[in-house]
Design a protein around this ligand. Structure first.
Ligand SMILES: Nc1ncnc2c1ncn2[C@@H]1O[C@H](COP(=O)(O)OP(=O)(O)OP(=O)(O)O)[C@@H](O)[C@H]1O
Ligand SMILES: Nc1nc2c(c(=O)[nH]1)N=C(CO)CN2
Length: 163
């Protein structure tokens, strides 16, 4: 059984619609999905706010490369155009972890190296898995607690938006 954590982000066009497209595409393998969060952009800050969510998915037949293909296929369906790094996008699907797999292949870094610094991933992930661990980096709850309060405050749950 391979179990993966995928992060979803959208900040262009019908943001909720793009997150729903991703979750609908994962229905067969979906174990859990977080609430939707409205988040201030990090990295490139002169861009619209994001909607972010996290999914846990499982499939005995998919290895970590298959999960990356799944992520890319969902982005393709959202007609994502790759422009600048950390720039605006209709849909971003990142592979956060796959079981305890560690990979330093630049095409698929695992765990995703941004995870420990991103409240936009840690907050929704902890909502659905309070015991979450980032392989080699420790407990997600401890990583979140180590971030500046401003990072946590920039992630707001939107209970009015449902996936
Ligand atoms: N864990 C991973 N999940 C998704 N893509 C990854 C991962 N590790 C490496 N990549 C590679 O990262 C490249 C760029 O991905 P992408 O355009 O989504 O980056 P980004 O979203 O702008 O930045 P970031 O990856 O820091 O969120 C892709 O070619 C992909 O192969
Ligand atoms: N709030 C927020 N900011 C971002 C995000 C994201 O998902 N949420 N993704 C980025 C590129 O991966 C860049 N900045």
């Amino acid at each position: 059984m391979s179990r993966a954590v995928l992060s979803l982000g959208a900040n262009l066009g019908d943001r909720l619609g793009y997150l729903r497209l991703a979750v609908d595409g994962l229905r067969d393998v979906l174990v859990a999905v977080s609430s939707v969060y409205e988040t201030e952009p990090w990295g490139v800050t002169d861009q619209p706010d994001f909607l972010n969510a996290v999914c846990v998915v499982a499939d005995p037949d998919r290895d970590h490369w298959a999960w990356l293909r799944t992520a890319r296929e969902l982005e393709r369906r959202a007609e994502r155009v790759r422009e600048r790094r950390w720039g605006p996008r209709t849909l971003d699907v990142d592979v956060v972890t796959v079981d305890g797999v560690r990979s330093d292949d630049p095409e698929l870094l695992l765990p995703h190296p941004g995870t420990p610094d991103r409240a936009t991933v840690l907050v929704p992930w902890l909502e659905i898995d309070p015991a979450a661990e980032v392989p080699g980096r420790g407990r997600a709850a401890d990583l979140l607690a180590a971030l500046p309060e401003a990072d946590r405050a920039a992630v707001r749950r939107r209970p009015d938006l449902t996936l």
